[in-house]
Design a protein around this ligand. Structure first.
Ligand SMILES: Nc1ncnc2c1ncn2[C@@H]1O[C@H](COP(=O)(O)OP(=O)(O)OP(=O)(O)O)[C@@H](O)[C@H]1O
Ligand SMILES: [Mg+2]
Length: 337
């Protein structure tokens, strides 16, 4: 018998969604009968289904450390600290067969400096389907949790969502964008998932990855980078320890991110704070060139220069750092090409 499309869909849902585990016993007789038939049926199609439908299995989820390193080197400009920390943190976690807690990364920096880009590269080197994977979940504060007054509803929905997804696949990844705009109570609600618990309500979160993105701390990082620049020092000389105090100070003391201190930092739930440096003119030019390559256009340095010159830089007099990083490059390029 040839498998029809409907069979495929039904089976893929059963096999890959984890629904099997969530089903309540209907009646023992029916269940046993169904199970026997189903098992025989599934066995013949299992391999094909695993091949065609995304499953929580090694064929669909496996870490490519070399790939991540190459992607970071090739696609991310001016972020030597972030690239290094990310590679080490993700490799260490993914190569550990028995992590004690989920990996929790907190990415900080000005707008357009590559926080989403790096999250995407991480996803692409773990999940075959990258950001399109059913196991990668992105929450954006202003989009998914827009009304502070409704945070109690969001809270239970979010907890259910995380629990349901990790039950379905323990190697799930959750990206929380605009973390600095998130209601403190909501952040509180994800705390139990980030901790060193063996299991929470019977579910283990130890293989999950949580990535928080925010602009909190960006000013402190930029200030320190500017000091280096003014001292005539090479940007690549900036080390994590040069930024840690600034980052901690602005993240700890900033009113908007005060919740970070109380809920996440104090309890050491964040494994790595990753600073993103503000981008310079030369990086913006690199971004423009990369965008042209991506669009399969002939790369043109003059056009890249034109695009880069149009951006606003800080401080006004010296024009060192692009205020919006590489963020508006894509639309500016439309104008010139
Ligand atoms: N360091 C970088 N290297 C290469 N491309 C970059 C870099 N930073 C930003 N870009 C490009 O600029 C655009 C915006 O970047 P991204 O979305 O990652 O910024 P972000 O740090 O998440 O900003 P925001 O804080 O506003 O969310 C993307 O197209 C990205 O590819
Ligand atoms: Mg972003």
């Amino acid at each position: 018998m040839k498998p029809s499309r409907r069979h495929f869909l039904l089976l893929s849902v059963l096999l890959c969604s984890g629904l099997g585990g969530a089903m309540e016993p209907i009646s023992t007789t029916i269940a046993v009968g169904m199970a026997a038939t189903l098992t025989a049926f599934l066995a013949s199609y299992q391999d094909i289904l695993y091949h065609f439908t995304e499953c929580c299995r090694p064929g669909w989820i496996s870490f490519n450390g070399t790939g991540l390193e190459e992607d970071l080197n090739r696609n991310v400009f001016g972020q030597h600290i972030a690239s290094r920390i990310i590679l080490k943190a993700v490799s260490g976690f993914m190569n550990n067969p028995n992590p004690k807690k989920p990996l929790v990364l907190s990415l900080h920096g000005w707008t357009g400096t590559g926080k989403n880009l790096i999250s995407q590269l991480i996803a692409e080197n773990i999940y075959k389907e990258g950001m399109g994977s059913n196991f990668v979940h992105v929450f954006t504060s202003t989009l998914h949790f827009p009304h502070p007054s409704q945070y109690l509803t969001y809270k239970s929905q979010l907890q259910q969502w995380i629990k349901g997804n990790v039950t379905n696949c323990e190697q799930s990844m959750f990206i929380f964008d605009e973390m600095d705009k998130m209601h403190p109570g909501l952040i509180d609600s994800i705390k139990p998932f980030l901790d060193y618990y063996d299991k929470v309500d019977g579910v283990s979160y130890r293989k999950a990855i949580f990535i928080f993105l925010s602009n909190a701390g960006g000013d402190g990082i930029a200030q320190r980078a500017l000091e280096f620049w003014k001292e005539g020092r090479n940007r690549e000389e900036i080390e994590l320890k040069d930024l840690e105090t600034h980052l901690a100070l602005s993240v700890f003391n900033n009113n908007q991110s005060g919740f970070y201190r109380t809920s996440l930092i104090d309890k050491n739930l964040v494994d790595f704070f990753v600073p993103f440096l503000p981008l310079e003119y030369r990086h913006v030019v690199q971004c423009a060139m990369a965008e042209m390559r991506e669009r399969q256009l002939a790369t043109n340095k003059d056009v890249a220069d034109k695009v880069a010159k149009e951006l606003v830089y800080f401080p006004k007099s010296e024009r060192v750092f692009s205020v919006k990083g590489c963020k508006t490059i894509s639309s500016k390029l439309d104008y010139y090409t």
